[in-house]
Design a protein around this ligand. Sequence first.
Ligand code: COA
Length: 260
Amino acid sequence: MPYQTLLFEIRDGIAIVTINRPDKLNALNHTVIDELGEVVDRIATDADVKAAILTGAGPKAFVAGADIGELSQCDVSTARSLSQKGSRIFRHLEQCLKPVVAAVNGFALGGGCELALSCHMRLASENAKFGQPEVKLGTCPGYGGTVRLPRLIGRGRAIELLTSGGMIDAQEAYRIGLVNRVVPQDQLLAEAEKLLRTILEQGPLAVAMCLEMVDDQEHLPLDAALALESRRFGELAGTTDFREGTGAFLGKRKAAFEGR
Ligand code: COA
């Protein structure tokens, strides 16, 4: 299916989604948001897709935020609807049971930083820059920035980024845990793919369970989360993959998982 603002390809099970408005630093206009909604559904449901990478076109930007031209036209009602729509899509991405990596290849500002935060993992190129500059425009993040940023990097650091509108570079993003690692730009996609290939070699049901559990534990009390983990640990012991994984270790051979 062709998209107007996204490039989409599946490379041996890994979907590579490129936000493709480089002349506008890949800013999120209505079309990008709608198409991201379609692509997230596709990643979640297409059996040919086992994992995904999100990145931006060109050497300069991952996504430089919401399209400010469109944003400037919003009133109370349309701004709220836009935020609700984007938030639903980003939440769906975050809850996807297939691993998703943001390959942040430049500016990740506003909605771009929020999009990266909604992916399971973030790799950054050396020129990447992160920030939530919405306050400079007299608004606040609308796609989860005030919610996910403090959860990932802590309240104090998040409040500084959110309220100052300032940017941090890739090394600082790494230092505070906003990205998993920093790599040269020409190796970014290869590193993201390598990480996902490693994950795809593991038991797929177990990987999905980890993704689901990490999300579920965020909104459960400690004891309920631990109880849920025990239930899921039990469920996995009933799978063919568990027999295969443990048998392969004991038999000193590589496991051949079937995802059942
Ligand atoms: N929305 C719409 N257009 C955007 C955009 C955005 N968020 N970010 C960049 N662009 C456009 C610019 O208007 C410019 O378009 P033009 O060539 O038609 O004038 C083009 O992308 C290139 O951007 P430019 O500002 O010339 O690049 P730069 O290297 O000088 O600066 C940034 C890069 C990222 C610092 C700067 O573009 C910027 O501050 N963007 C807005 C970031 C932001 O506030 N995002 C949050 C929105 S809620």
